[in-house]
Design a protein around this ligand. Structure first.
Ligand code: PMP
Length: 459
């Protein structure tokens, strides 16, 4: 066993991981990376099929980002944004405003997706206090939502497995149905239902709008719920209704931002201009923790006043606007521009769609969902009757462990196999990775497979 694995098992507590299982099994230690491959301590190379938890964009060790960080190291690595400005953070704010949907003119930095959302929630809450509407305190969020792991973001979350235990600690949002046609409980035929889920939202708004500060949504894709995808027009309808009933719309683009959906931001697909947008993950190309909450002049201006009025937004973190991370983000955006990344995505997305059409035909694949280079493949024990595998069987984890034998690292969410390759993956690499997934699904779901002793939390 490599020394790092020993030390890991002795000292480290891993996120979202049942440690009893973790320490009892051999674990892989990543020592290096190049392009879209991760390299372990034995020198084995693996495709990074989930972009190191959906963050990596241009591959690892991308020369331009490496160099930008090194150059910034020669100037200053960190300086606080409380009472001081720094050069990369100012430059990046201008560029983020330049690429964001119109109207989002102000950038509030933080460190990760959870803090970006936490900032948005607190900002939205305080905004209405300043506007003289102190009763607007509630949030609307979607069932199955995931916006992070801090107490505020867990409050607006809706994933029972993760969030139930903390319930006594949380504030309560008004939940609306997840707009996922495959799992819909509201309508028999999504093709002709006229978006009943949006009608439910309107009922909620009619009833509660005077108490509601904002609605938070993962636009187009509820990622951590298992890549649930909303029907076309749903997001635009949410924007229309939130405007009509005077509710702030918070678009959580932590997972969907930076090209993932085929456009720079998911909101662009439906020409939606939210009141706030949260960004992280891909913002630095997957190099460093950094996040931003963008908002409008209207929201920003509501916080202005004499300091004695105490309208200040009293929120901030030690590493907010870290210059090294901002330098990485600037290099990331430069690559988007210079390599025309968004334009280059179409053939990759089409190649994934081709391979997925074959995977959709497999006996134990219930649903295949794709939005750009975000893919969820939902396994079903009985496809025609939509009967899932018993949870204990850990079918999703089984497929992902099988894929490692063929040098692909992926992670499931329950029995949804997630595929989220770096945007720099070539058409050939995308096809190779999806071939491995197909083969792994076939092998794991073949007759007689009984779970192989896996735990549902093994991956
Ligand atoms: N929002 C969304 C939509 C996410 O997918 C995630 C993370 N998967 C978060 C927020 C939280 O981000 P982080 O893990 O960086 O705190």
């Amino acid at each position: 066993m490599h020394e790092a694995e020993l030390k890991d098992k002795q000292y480290v507590w891993h996120p979202f991981t049942q440690m009893q299982d973790w320490v009892s099994r051999p674990q892989q230690v990543i020592a290096a990376a190049k392009g879209i491959k991760l390299i372990d301590t034995d020198g084995n190379e693996f495709f990074d099929g989930v972009s190191s938890l959906w963050v990596n964009i241009h591959g690892h060790r991308k020369a331009e980002i490496d160099e930008a960080i090194i150059e910034q190291l020669g100037k200053v690595s960190h300086t606080t944004m409380l009472g001081l400005a720094n050069i990369p953070a100012s430059e990046l704010a201008e560029q983020l405003v330049g690429i964001a949907p119109p109207g989002l003119n102000k950038v509030f930095y933080s460190d990760d997706g959870s803090t970006a959302v936490e900032v948005a929630l607190k900002m939205a809450f305080q905004y209405w206090q300043h506007l003289g509407k102190p009763n607007k305190q509630k949030f609307i969020s979607l069932e199955q939502a995931y916006h992070g792991d801090t107490v505020g973001t867990v409050s607006v979350g809706g994933i029972d497995l993760f969030h139930r235990v903390f319930k006594p600690l949380l504030f309560t949002p008004v939940h609306i149905p997840a707009p996922s046609c495959y799992h819909c409980q509201l309508a028999v035929d999504p093709a002709v239902c006229g978006m009943k889920c949006a009608a439910v939202l309107e009922q909620v708004l009619v009833e509660h709008h005077e108490q509601v500060a904002g609605l938070i949504i993962e636009p187009l894709v509820q990622a951590a719920a298992g890549m649930l995808m909303s029907p076309p027009g749903y997001l635009a309808k949410v924007r229309e209704l939130t405007r009509k009933y005077d509710i702030l719309l918070i678009a959580d683009e932590v997972a969907t931002g930076f090209g993932r959906t085929g456009k720079m931001f998911a909101c662009e697909h439906e020409a939606v201009q939210p009141d706030m947008m949260t960004l992280s993950k891909g913002i630095t190309g997957g190099y460093m923790p950094l996040a931003a909450t963008l908002t409008t002049d209207e929201v920003y201006n509501a916080f202005l006043g004499d300091y004695t009025a105490k309208k200040t937004f009293y929120h901030g973190h030690s590493y907010t606007g870290n210059p090294l991370a901002c330098a990485a983000a600037l290099a990331n955006l430069k690559i988007f521009r210079e390599e025309n990344i968004i334009k280059g995505l179409s053939p990759k997305i089409a190649a994934a769609a081709d391979s997925l059409a074959e995977i959709a035909n497999l006996e134990h694949v219930g649903d295949v969902r794709q939005c750009g280079l975000i893919v969820g493949i939902e396994l079903m024990q009985d496809k025609s009757r939509k009967i899932p595998y018993p949870w204990e069987l850990a079918a999703g984890a089984g497929v992902c462990l099988q894929a490692r034998k063929y040098e692909l690292i992926i992670r499931p969410i329950g029995d949804v196999v997630i595929f989220m390759p770096p945007l720099s993956s070539t058409v050939t690499e995308i096809k190779t990775m999806l071939d491995i997934i197909k083969r792994s699904i076939n092998e794991v779901t073949a007759a007689g497979w009984s779970g192989g002793g896996l735990q549902p939390t093994d991956l």
